[in-house]
Design a protein around this ligand. Structure first.
Ligand SMILES: C[S@@+](CC[C@H](N)C(=O)[O-])C[C@H]1O[C@@H](n2cnc3c(N)ncnc32)[C@H](O)[C@@H]1O
Length: 314
């Protein structure tokens, strides 16, 4: 056993606010229920201290809120050279800011939650879908992990924005890559069917313009291990659906996403706890035959919004 101090990233403090420790504990429990984390402050920085076996170190380094890992030896803290082994530069998830972007910390949490439900298959065999992917934070995180990622967004501008962002990032980081933009299916005014694929370091992602209620058709029946998405927080993010409450869409979204899940697949949803209400999400999901796990990860994301996270299993 080792005594480990996990340094809490200031970015995570911003993402989870006052509930940081609750979310951190819930995320730690995905690795082991045995951890008994203790919070302490040194040099103005916050840390969680646990006892762990060395084989957990790499998984600990991938926690959404961890900045660094130290071994506690007496009063001293020795930095440990543990790498999360991510591909691509962190700028691919952190470096681009835009309106409506999901916190990259929260996005990593959603992926970690989804992965906790997978058996020990290699990451390169896991397929992830974000059916409301915006400008692709989840897709780029998935690529960093080595997971094959697909995304859909109703906003026809998303592909152009991602293309522009990629051009800039690949130039700055001298990232050799392949980028392909094209069209599949019948053309319509909304631009549905337009796609972008990005490949680098033997990893790839693709983004399609389309409606999240039609994923199964847009993706020709392809099935995924993880569907992870940060749902719109209000009408300003609900492209094509002005004045329609998300709860009214949820039944059609979830019944379509059910068609896109592998047998042991899971949906990891984050959403504004006021719209839709958690009880309503659970009711609709259970009516469709899902089993719902509430991992206790609700947290305030801003003054007015409390964000919640649920896992839906087939
Ligand atoms: C909270 S944002 C997701 C942001 C994304 N995670 C990112 O970091 O870029 C929600 C997204 O849902 C998309 N959206 C809303 N209604 C949709 C629908 N019916 N089908 C597909 N996408 C939709 C919006 O265009 C918006 O990009």
């Amino acid at each position: 056993m080792m005594n480990i101090a996990l340094q809490i990233s200031p970015l995570a403090q911003h993402a989870y606010f006052h509930q940081l420790v609750d979310v951190a504990q819930a995320e730690l429990a995905l690795i082991s229920h045995q951890f008994k984390p203790e919070l302490f402050e040194v040099a103005g920085l916050n840390w969680l201290c646990i006892e762990t076996e060395p084989h957990h170190l790499e998984a600990l380094s991938r926690l959404s809120w961890v900045q660094g890992i130290y071994e506690q030896v007496g009063d001293a803290m020795k930095p440990l050279d543990v790498s999360p082994n991510f591909a691509l530069h962190g700028d691919f998830v952190q470096g681009i800011k835009y309106k409506g972007k999901t916190s990259e910390v929260l996005t990593q949490l959603l992926i970690n939650v989804g992965l906790a439900y997978q058996s020990d298959q290699p990451l390169s065999t896991i397929k992830l879908l974000d059916p409301m992917c915006g400008r692709g934070t989840t897709l780029f995180w998935a690529m960093r992990y080595g997971i094959k990622a697909s995304g859909i967004d109703a906003d026809s501008q998303a592909i152009d924005d991602v293309q522009r962002n990629l051009k800039k990032l690949c130039k700055v980081h001298r990232q050799k890559h392949q980028l392909d933009i094209g069209f599949s299916g019948k053309k319509n005014k909304r631009g549905d069917g337009r796609y972008l694929t990005f490949s680098t370091e033997g990893r790839s992602m693709r983004l399609l313009t389309g409606d999240a209620r039609e994923c199964s058709q847009l993706l020709n029946g392809e099935r995924f291990d993880i569907i992870a998405t940060d749902m719109p927080y209000g009408v300003q993010h609900a492209a094509n659906e002005k004045n329609v409450l998300l709860i009214q869409l949820l039944e059609s979204l979830l019944s379509d996403w059910l068609q896109c899940l592998k047998k042991d697949g899971v949906i990891v949803l984050s959403f504004n706890a006021k719209n839709p209400r958690k009880t309503a999400v659970i009711k609709i999901a259970e009516q469709l035959g899902f089993l719902v796990d509430d991992l206790g990860m609700a947290h305030r994301m801003s003054e007015s919004i409390v964000r919640d996270v649920l896992v839906l299993k087939r």
